[in-house]
Write a protein that binds this ligand. Structure first.
Ligand code: SAM
Length: 347
């Protein structure tokens, strides 16, 4: 009986197992990391083609079964079984990673592999179909997402093959795909946290315009403002972040807000049914005053940051009206560069 779901679906089709290993194009000198070897159906094939294998397995019964399977064979010396959670395990150096991945750890595993100080030459990984397709989706495609942009920044991703659920025992609920992930070398010189932080904001709603994603939510502006304060503190840049005094309150109170003028921009002046009743004109004017006051209260820094963001989106990159789902890597790079030029940071 399984205590918790470890995604234990053993690959029972030997044809698929050998296809996976052959797609890894192993060299006799390679050190391979296998994640979740289970009973060792892939492991025995990898041992034939490579110099050494480190297999990280979380389930002690599986690890014991694998150890028993190679015991007494000449391969035994070239296999090291490590017991534990691969995400928390400090990994040795390896050239290639192969895994029929337990689906619960798909995303953390990919990012662990990509952020290693010496990333492997290539990774051949089986994932559930939708996750695999998100990895290699291109701008405009349905599954294009933060994961796609993020992974494609650090690696070249290619599709290898589909694997139906009946090739496993027990069959999982969903179909699977095998992909190849080849980390770019040298690694792009860009800070991971900055890149991911920008994408997080852009992809909260991938159908929104970048203007709406970055300026439409007070929380986003506040986050960027707080990063900006930190940046200024670290770089000895003076900030006028004082709360507003009674004089400024009076100034906003005295603001002549002409709601009628504003409204008439959208209405037909000759149509009596399309005119704003006086009561609503008054309400609208009051609302605008309150907003002005609230903004001032929030601080000058937030206003400054809001203006910087607007400038980056509208003037510097002209990407304000583009939606994240259509932006490609170079759009996001351009954005990050322009934001950083304005001292706006995402981490
Ligand atoms: N490689 C085998 C095969 O293809 O037949 C088994 C693959 S099975 C989909 C996933 C394996 O990963 C299971 O043996 C499971 O116990 C193990 N596993 C699950 N979570 C893990 C983790 N966090 N770290 C290491 N191994 C894990």
């Amino acid at each position: 009986k399984m205590d918790k779901d470890l995604g234990q679906h053993i690959l029972k089709n030997p044809g698929v197992a050998s296809a996976i290993v052959s797609k890894a194009s192993l060299k006799q000198s390679d050190h391979v990391l296998e994640v979740g070897p289970g009973t060792g159906n892939l492991t025995v094939l990898i041992l034939k083609a490579a110099k050494a294998v480190t297999a990280v397995e979380m389930d002690p019964r599986m690890a014991a079964e694998l150890t028993k399977r190679v015991q007494g064979t000449p391969e035994a010396k070239r296999l090291k079984v490590m017991l534990g959670d691969v995400i928390k395990t400090e990994l040795p150096h390896f050239d290639v990673c192969i895994s029929n991945t337990p689906y619960q750890i798909s995303s953390p595993l990919v990012f662990k592999l990509l952020s290693l100080p010496h990333p492997p030459r290539s990774c051949i990984l089986m994932f559930q179909r939708e996750f695999a397709m998100r990895l290699f989706a291109k701008p405009g495609e349905k599954l294009y997402s933060r994961l796609s942009v993020n992974v494609q920044m650090w690696a070249k991703v290619s599709h290898i093959m589909k694997v139906g659920r009946n090739n496993f025992n027990p069959p999982p609920l969903v179909e699977s795909n095998v992909v190849r992930i080849e980390p770019k070398f040298p690694r792009p010189q860009i800070a991971y946290e900055e890149w991911d932080g920008l994408l997080r904001i852009a992809f909260v709603r991938k159908n929104r315009t970048l203007r709406a994603s970055f300026l439409g939510t007070a929380a986003v502006v506040e986050l960027l403002a707080s990063n900006y304060r930190l940046f200024c503190a670290q770089h000895d840049i003076a900030l006028d972040d004082s709360p507003i005094g009674p004089e400024e309150v009076a100034e906003v109170e005295a603001m002549e807000v002409d709601a009628e003028e504003e409204f008439n921009g959208f209405s037909d002046p000759d149509d009596p049914d399309d005119q704003l009743p006086d009561f609503f004109k008054h309400m609208q004017a009051e609302g605008k005053k309150r907003n002005g006051l609230n903004r001032k209260r929030k601080g000058r820094v937030s206003e400054l940051v809001r203006e910087k963001v607007r400038k980056v989106l509208e003037d510097d990159t002209q990407l304000a009206d583009k939606r994240a789902r259509l932006c490609d890597e170079s759009d996001f790079l351009q954005l990050l560069y322009a934001f950083n030029q304005e001292s706006i940071h995402f981490s």
